[in-house]
Design a protein around this ligand. Structure first.
Ligand SMILES: *Cc1c(COP(=O)(O)O)cnc(C)c1O
Length: 373
């Protein structure tokens, strides 16, 4: 079977894990955690980065930092991962879902303003497949209404909007290093903070509501409970593994782009001949080759392709189930039809994508897809 994903090993993971163990510091916020955080701060200009155990946790931290509570409203695309609303529902927030664009899984920014009211606290800017939303437009709307922007950059490491890294537009940005992402540590995440006024409090929330980080730096004499918090920081072994991946970022991104370009070159003729949709990369954005997807013209056709690939020992898979139709949301809320999100739920397929996918296998996937049509 050609799997959908296989985590890539960059080479130095075990060496750095050994170093962490030998150093005698394997709990959080050690040398490797700081190296990973500095990597992002220096390369992308995020004001402050804090490693977390997952992107889900980073989203929750953002919720704590914004004091999200019962009655607050958060605007979220329907076509995204369940962690996103969950992080805010846990705090009692009400979720307002936005539809996708007709030709792209990204949310339709023109539909946001109609959902804003005096209770709206934040918009989640999720860049599907690492392809940027129009951030000038989105930030413009948020500023006009004094609403926070939280970027979900789980797909978007090293991707750009008008030459500025995704993750630098929101007050916060939440990264994932889950094993299915471009850069991975099995499970892992990071909160990037771009609004300086949140930095001190973020460090406190990160370390169980204590001023331990400041204490470790010698800035305060006692280490005390000073705010709400939880344990969001990963251990050093995770950070050591992650740092080995970050060192190879450029190589990883280039390799992934090769695979992406190969698929596109071989398959994009299906666009006219079989009415298949392919990712659209807007002129303002870049492609970080997180996902290669195709959009078919019906659910039957898409499910047929999944079965066809399976019979050829290839795992092609669908993606998100539109969240406004999920049993949990339906039980507590109502939402109008969001046609485009529902349509991507039924018609989008992702092809196997990982470094180490052999040319022979890539070729097989392509042949199999073409045979189907
Ligand atoms: C993977 C993913 C997450 C969750 O990441 P974890 O690190 O597994 O918590 C959140 N949002 C999106 C869009 C994702 O793809």
């Amino acid at each position: 079977m050609i799997p959908f994903n296989r985590p890539y090993l960059a080479g130095n993971e075990i060496k750095y894990i050994k170093q962490a163990i030998k150093s005698g510091h394997i709990s959080g916020n050690g040398q490797f955690t700081q190296k990973c955080q500095s990597f992002f701060e220096n390369k992308y200009g995020f004001k402050k980065c804090l490693m977390t155990t997952s992107c889900t946790d980073a989203l929750e931290m953002a919720g704590v930092l914004l004091d999200i509570q019962e009655g607050d409203e958060i605007i979220i695309p329907s076509y995204t991962f369940v962690s996103v609303p969950n992080a805010f529902v846990l705090k009692g927030a009400t979720i307002r879902f936005v539809d996708s664009e007709s030709d792209h899984p990204n949310m339709d920014i023109s539909k946001i303003e109609a959902l804003i009211n005096s209770k709206t606290k934040a918009i989640i800017a999720f860049h599907y497949a690492g392809i940027a939303l129009d951030m000038n437009k989105l930030v413009g709307i948020a500023n006009k209404h004094h609403i926070y922007v939280i970027e979900d950059v789980a797909h978007s490491i090293d991707s750009y909007y008008q030459n500025k890294a995704l993750g630098s537009f929101g007050h916060f940005a939440c990264f994932s290093f889950h094993e299915t992402k471009n850069i991975q540590a099995g499970e892992g995440g990071m909160l990037a903070i771009n609004d300086e006024k949140f930095i001190d409090r973020a460090e406190t929330i990160w370390e169980k509501g204590t001023n331990r980080a400041a204490f470790t730096r010698g800035e305060v004499e006692k280490y005390e409970w000073i705010d709400k918090g939880a344990s969001y920081l990963p251990n050093e072994l995770t950070a050591a593994y992650l740092f080995a991946q970050l060192e190879k970022l450029e190589f990883i991104q280039n390799k992934r782009l090769e695979i992406w370009n190969y698929y596109f070159e071989k398959l994009n003729k299906l666009c006219d001949s079989a009415n298949v949709g392919f990712p659209i990369i807007p002129s303002y954005g870049t492609n970080n080759a997180h996902i290669f997807y195709m959009v078919l013209n019906s659910e039957k056709k898409r499910d047929g392709l999944i079965s066809h690939l399976q019979s050829n020992n290839i795992l092609g898979i669908f993606h998100y189930l539109a969240l406004h139709n999920s049993p949990y949301y339906r039980k507590n809320n109502s939402c109008n039809e969001l046609r485009n999100a529902e349509s991507f739920e039924k018609t989008l397929i992702r092809l196997p994508f990982y470094i180490g996918l052999k040319n022979k296998d890539l070729n097989n996937v392509v042949k199999s897809v073409i045979n189907y049509f």
